[in-house]
Design a protein around this ligand. Structure first.
Ligand code: TA6
Length: 329
């Protein structure tokens, strides 16, 4: 058995002749006291906690799925304390209706396509990454930030033309949260890529928030025959909204006066943003939004979607980056 010292799958492996459970293995190889810890989530998947002095995230290795981001009020919690602070992301209290899908919320990775597969209706919506196992490549810290790098644990599940692609997720948590999704085309053919960091932000009341920075941008309205329209004023919510905005201008800002905070989204490698709230009827159809969950969330997604597709030439790479920060009003 060869075990790369820096990479392994999150599954039972033998060290010497003593089987170690995934948590103990991860802790031994990648744990950092007070900064990087591991546990099992309620579906027995490996969950990583990245703690920095100012905030903390939890990440499921299944899907490389950031599930929570807590901004501390005051000191970072001790090793056995629950974090006290503001939850910036929304995570459904319900389990997914389809067990093959991830828990709704946090920052699911939509890759290597966004929305429906361009030609094969049997393929899952939003690609394969959010339901694929990821492996740890490394964890490291500095005074302010805690970092992790992940890669797909098994690329054999990738369908053509993505079979020759490798992806890396790099997360850096500190005063802000930075997420880099890098796609490398290791093959000899062009790869047509669409993707999104499908971020679910928590809000006090969807009817009281607005998204700024998209004024005047054109958008595709997924609820009106994919017609192209133009945004006038900030984006507000009084019904279902599902739009792909064409924009490379950032920051975008989520103003939540009721919660007393402004969330700023700075991106690179993206010329589109998706804004989505399912409202009442779609929430009922989805079945995993919790009671009135739609009132406490809005998706503002850093994407390459709609007209903003990426044609990745052989031996080239593309990086999609979102930097999320929060300030009190
Ligand atoms: O990003 C918006 C969207 O494409 C909506 O159309 C809705 O389908 C949402 O994603 C959630 O998709 P999911 O597959 O996670 O239920």
């Amino acid at each position: 058995m060869s075990l790369c010292p820096w990479a392994w799958e999150a599954e039972g492996r033998l060290f010497g002749d003593t089987p170690l459970n995934p948590v103990a293995q991860a802790q031994m190889l990648f744990g950092i006291p007070q900064r990087v810890g591991f546990s099992l989530d309620d579906s027995e998947g490996l969950l990583m906690t990245l703690t920095a002095p100012s905030s903390e995230v939890t990440v499921a290795l299944m899907g490389g799925h950031v599930q929570t981001w807590t901004r501390f009020r005051g000191e970072a919690p001790g090793p056995t304390d629950a974090p006290v602070g503001d939850e910036i992301l929304w995570l459904s209290p319900e389990r997914p209706v389809d067990p093959a899908k991830p828990r709704r919320g946090g920052i699911p990775i939509c890759w290597p396509w966004f929305g429906a597969h361009p030609s094969d209706p049997d393929q899952p919506a939003h690609g394969i990454a959010r339901t694929a196992a990821f492996k740890l490549l490394g964890t490291w810290v500095d005074d302010e930030r805690t970092h992790v790098q992940l890669a797909l644990a098994d690329r054999s599940s990738l369908i053509a033309p993505f079979a020759n692609c490798e992806i890396s997720i790099q997360l850096s948590v500190g005063p802000d949260l930075r997420l880099d999704l890098t796609t490398m085309n290791l093959g000899d053919d062009d790869v047509d890529l669409s993707q999104a960091l499908h971020t679910y932000f928590r809000v006090d009341d969807i009817a009281e928030v607005r998204v700024e920075g998209l004024e005047g941008a054109s958008y595709i309205d997924a609820l009106d025959g994919w017609l192209e329209k133009q945004q006038t004023g900030p984006v507000t919510f009084s019904e279902e909204v599902d739009r792909i905005y064409t924009t490379s201008e950032t920051p975008l800002e989520l103003l939540d006066t009721s919660a007393g905070r402004r969330v700023r989204i700075v991106t690179s490698g993206s010329r589109s943003a998706v804004v989505w709230n399912p409202w009442i009827e779609k929430s009922k159809r989805l079945g995993d939004m919790g009671l009135e969950g739609y009132r406490q969330m809005v998706c503002i997604e850093t994407a390459n979607a709609g007209h903003d597709r990426i044609v990745l030439k052989p031996r080239l790479a593309h990086r999609l980056t979102a930097i999320l920060s929060v300030e009190d009003l």
